[in-house]
Design a protein around this ligand. Sequence first.
Ligand code: 3HC
Length: 381
Amino acid sequence: MDVKEKIKKVAVLGAGDMGHGIAEVCAMVGYEVTMRDIKQEFVDRGMNRIKESLAKLQEKGKISNAEEVLSRIKPVVDLEEAVKDADLIIEAVPEIFEIKTQVFSDCESLAKPECIFTSNTSTIKITELAKATKREDKFAGLHFFNPPVLMRLVEVIKGEKTSEEVMQLLVDFVKSLGKEAVRVEKDVPGFIVNRVQAPSGALLMAIVEKGIASPEEIDAKMKTIGLPMGPFELMDYTGVDIFYHAMKYYSETISKDYAPPKILEDMVKSGNLGKKTGKGWYDWSKGRPEIKASPSEKINPLDFTIVEINEAVKLVEMGVAKPEDIDKAVKLGLNRPFGPFELAKSMGVEQIVKRLEELSAEFGKEIFKPAETLKAGKLPV
Ligand code: 3HC
């Protein structure tokens, strides 16, 4: 049966950066959507952002039916109204475990028994979120990338109890959105793309904390290797709070080496969350920041690549995904020219292992220690 026979109505919970974009993407391909947030002003802001985005796409000739798309999205505040007829729920509320589980447990009694529940969480294990419901077999991760309307990847994450039927339906759903699905076969914090980046995030923080280079100097250097945004610009773009919560979660679930530094905690406490609040590492009040600093000569972009390769190898060892799927996910999820395994092949395992040992000693972090496969002188196949 076609996915559009099984899924007709989608409820998107949360109208923020991700929620409004996900609602827009679903409506663009014909799904009936309810977009829900806890206050009318949040829902209104989300609808305005969708209107602006659709207008841009129409201007460029990418769509010709902005009004029709908009008419398929019903903005609501009442949770029951949002989910009662839904065939699929996509949750995109703040990245805080207790908020997400509360929303899912509220939905349990309001949604149809056959409705599939999904979370757009950046990092939190799907299996843990699913426990807030009585439908763990119909619960999975559906992880979009920011901005959902432009980014082509969606990770489809299998929780410990997610049924194969639900996984397949969600892969078909992602394809129906015109996007590429990558299956995450094992539920680990951060899944594929965010998990591969986790140690490079920790390295960035350690470099800034030690005063080796400033965020702007690092961004200037990283842009020289063909990334669409520098890492700090991207952190501002996706939300400093998202990065902070990810590090905190990794520090609790993977290693204390991920503990967020004070500078990051202070930014979150003072509400400097990046693009959405007008200020983060950069000032966004006049639009996208211009990076004026000279590229730092004290950092080597290859170090970030090397710690990401190491994490990608660990993901293969854990059975999370195959190397080619990891490369595909990293390229599509971050608009990068190369995936970690493609880069590793051009480097040589010995050099990677040596540098990982050095980084681990220099920054006192176990998370940079080389994966078993690399230590054995191999790359996974
Ligand atoms: N709707 C419609 N059009 C949009 C849009 C939107 N929401 N956002 C941007 N655009 C348009 C712009 O208007 C612009 O159009 P123009 O060419 O006619 O002026 C065009 O897209 C390109 O945008 P920009 O000129 O602002 O800048 P770029 O060329 O750099 O493209 C980008 C923007 C696609 C976001 C690119 O910078 C990029 O790929 N950045 C990396 C994004 C990324 O890595 N995202 C993933 C983050 S991780 C994540 O989300 C996971 C989560 O769990 C944290």
